[in-house]
Design a protein around this ligand. Sequence first.
Ligand code: TXA
Ligand code: MG
Length: 337
Amino acid sequence: METKIFQSEELDYAAKLLKNGELVAFPTETVYGLGADALLPESVKQVFQVKGRPSDNPLIVHVADFEMTKPFVEKYHPLTEKIVQYFWPGPLTLIFPIKKNSLSPIVTGGLSTAAFRMPDNKKTLELIQKTEAPLVGPSANTSGKPSPTTAEHVFHDLKGKIAGILDDGATQIGVESTVLDLSGETPVILRPGAVTKEKLEKVLQTKIFLDKHLVKESETPKAPGMKYKHYAPDTPVLMVGDEDWDQAIKWGQKNRKRMALLAGPSIAAKYQVADRYVFMDDTVEAATHGLYSGLRALDEADGSDVILAQVFTENELGAAYMNRLKKAAAQNYFDKN
Ligand code: TXA
Ligand code: MG
């Protein structure tokens, strides 16, 4: 199969392919998604096959507006209206209990709840409207690879396996949406993202809880996807605390490690190592934007024994960045002892 790259003039054609049951990857503000018509179970099945994704890991249903969730949702949480008004379109996925048989178990993994999101990307919202159906959309990477933040990343992983990719350049945020479970009494964050706990608490004036496993590594997560080893490059990653860079570099030199560096410009300026991916600036936003791109680039360069990566404080957006980085690093920090 030839995988076509679509520009915005070709939205009608891309929508037609989706209606015909083909797979088309789409841009969002977080990462690229692998789109299929959510109401065509056979197409949704192919999404799992193409990605090599475990079938018990449910998909997000992408909608063009809040209205589109209504045929499926059994009951909305009292905070829904406020949340949707404030955060949609945006990087926030909401979990609701659904009406029986309203969505295929292939979409929901057989759960009685489903995940919904209205992405903040004009072309994709138009694509959903033109398809006249919600689109499932897991990140458009091969399972286990970092999520794609450019059409090129998608092409690299899925060329020949899907009908096309709607190209809209690099995504803004760089990591997947926040997943907020609204199916119980108290809202719980199952996956941290750019809509942070702090932002939600400020807008809603109520305490927002984090899924226990996000706090305690030993717990089994509620979002099935969080239990899989994700985003891990083949080259081992070590996280390096701000104070530990001198020692980490010395350790690498002493042990004849070929080191790659993933960090902001201030840290990168200090150390001469061969492979490097430097974030656009020293902020956590820039690091989050460049994280997956950087991991992909350094892993592909394939010249290094270890990737040394910058850490951030685990609050606000830092919580999302560190959640993904820790997975890529299998929790390993450079330990000066
Ligand atoms: O930013 C994003 O969310 C991207 C873009 C393309 O929209 N999509 C994305 O999809 O990251 P995916 O499939 O890679 O992640 C969906 C997450 C998984 O961790 C999954 O287990 C969880 O949402 N999830 C889906 N339905 C669920 C449900 N009913 N209950 C709990 N977790 C659910
Ligand atoms: Mg994913």
